[in-house]
Design a protein around this ligand. Structure first.
Ligand code: 5GP
Ligand code: ZN
Length: 139
């Protein structure tokens, strides 16, 4: 399904040009217009869904398989030295386009932006960590 206000839906429909590196029935994979590194690409499901909460599990599983295949392919082609797979949900988490997407970001020794995904650690007491662990235990 398409969302008429969504820039990625327009890209998928071919109404806005993009550099496509892969396409099948479910996905279009394009180069990011403001790349963090050489080859930075975005996996876009063709059906509009805003985020991880909305995407159906089957499609998400296909996206994960595609991310793996493209990571291998891109690493072979680009000879990158590391690889980030990033997926943002919500404004606070850095999402700016509200159509689910997976960033494929090759990393290179000595290039800009190598610290882009770094964070400093927060301090939590052992008790607080125990409580969080208890709360998050999932089966
Ligand atoms: P987010 O911040 O939502 O995780 O990532 C959105 C990404 O989409 C950004 O990296 C941004 O550069 C990219 N982007 C936004 N608009 C366009 C566009 O029109 N074309 C392409 N190829 N990428 C876009
Ligand atoms: Zn969309």
């Amino acid at each position: 399904m398409r969302n008429d206000d969504c820039i990625f839906c327009k890209i998928i429909a071919g109404e806005i040009p993009s550099r496509t590196i892969y396409e099948d029935n479910d996905f279009k994979v394009i180069l990011d217009a403001s790349p963090a590194s050489k080859g930075h690409a975005l996996i876009l499901p063709k059906d509009h869904c805003a985020n991880i909460y909305e995407i159906n599990e089957e499609l998400l599983a296909k996206a994960a398989k595609l991310a793996k295949k493209l990571t291998i392919h891109m690493t072979e082609q680009l000879h990158c030295d590391g690889f980030n797979i990033v997926q943002n949900n919500g404004e606070l988490a850095g999402q700016t386009v509200f159509h689910f997407h997976i960033h494929l970001i090759p990393r290179y020794h000595g290039m800009k932006n190598n610290d882009i995904l770094c964070w400093t650690h927060e301090d939590f007491s052992a008790e607080a960590q125990d409580q969080i662990c208890q709360k998050l235990r999932y089966s």
